[in-house]
Design a protein around this ligand. Structure first.
Ligand code: PEP
Length: 245
């Protein structure tokens, strides 16, 4: 159950979140909880989750280890700060920062090399959805951004299906729509990485997940978790979502 805070919460606000959130999920041990704060709030978040099972991740990564790349952060830097996960290829990164599937592959490889678990995000835009091109887009993103991993690397990634038309719009995909997309991703996985990899792959759904929608989504056998934006900023709402796992 993953929380993408995007460009919200200072370090101080992150600490206040965990003050409220940690007791609400104390005793939850049937799922993994990962929070993705802004990179500047990662040390405060890591500090706030010591002695809990909650893990912290970065929202972005650059593929070089170090160098003259003003404004970028490497996997090694994230790991040294206490992050163990990282989001790769979020649709906002693709839209505003022009990240390509080839970038997604390089970022995923460097995340894995640094000891981070990437959640690789894929999903179709509204026009593709309306034109019935969801499968085509997912197959293309899988081929360009994921299929280039080795089998060993792939065993350590998770994938998030995040239809762009559902992100931040309040238009949650129905459990059936999400499930169909997850099936396709699992089938592409099976073709490239084999049946065991497909069965073991964790696929999260993301896009306007709210506490009242979570139970229906999590009932689908194809949906292994959720990646939550807006609703994860509120400790009570995100705790309810976690408990629907
Ligand atoms: C996201 O940014 O990954 C996301 C799913 O956002 P929201 O839940 O706000 O739609």
């Amino acid at each position: 159950m993953a929380a993408n805070w995007k460009m919200y919460k200072t370090a101080e606000q992150a600490t206040l979140f965990f003050d409220a959130f940690n007791p609400l999920v104390d005793g939850v041990n049937d799922c993994e909880i990962v929070i993705f704060p802004a990179s500047i709030a990662i040390p405060a978040a890591v500090n706030a989750v010591t002695r809990t099972a909650i893990r912290i991740g970065g929202q972005n990564i650059f593929w070089q280890k170090e160098g003259a790349y003003t404004g970028e952060i490497s996997g090694e830097m994230l790991y040294a700060a206490g992050a163990t996960w990282v989001l790769v290829g979020h649709s906002e990164r693709r839209q505003y920062f022009h990240e390509t599937d080839a970038d997604v592959l390089k970022k995923s490889q460097s995340a894995l090399a640094a000891g981070l678990t990437p959640i690789i995000c894929v999903g179709e835009r509204l026009e593709d959805h309306k034109a019935g091109k969801t499968d085509e887009v997912l197959v293309r993103q899988f081929a360009g951004g994921i299929a280039g991993l080795t089998e060993e690397q792939f065993a350590n990634v998770a994938i998030a299906y995040e239809p762009v038309w559902a992100i931040g719009t309040g238009q949650t995909a129905t459990p059936e729509i999400a499930s169909e997309a997850h099936k396709l991703i699992r089938s592409e996985t099976g073709k490239r990485f084999g049946r065991t990899a497909a069965e073991q792959l964790r696929i999260l759904y993301g896009g306007s997940v709210k506490p009242e929608k979570c139970e229906g989504l999590m009932k689908e056998p194809e949906i292994d978790g959720v990646l939550v934006g807006a609703a994860s900023l509120d400790p009570e709402a995100f705790a309810k979502i976690v408990k629907a796992a």
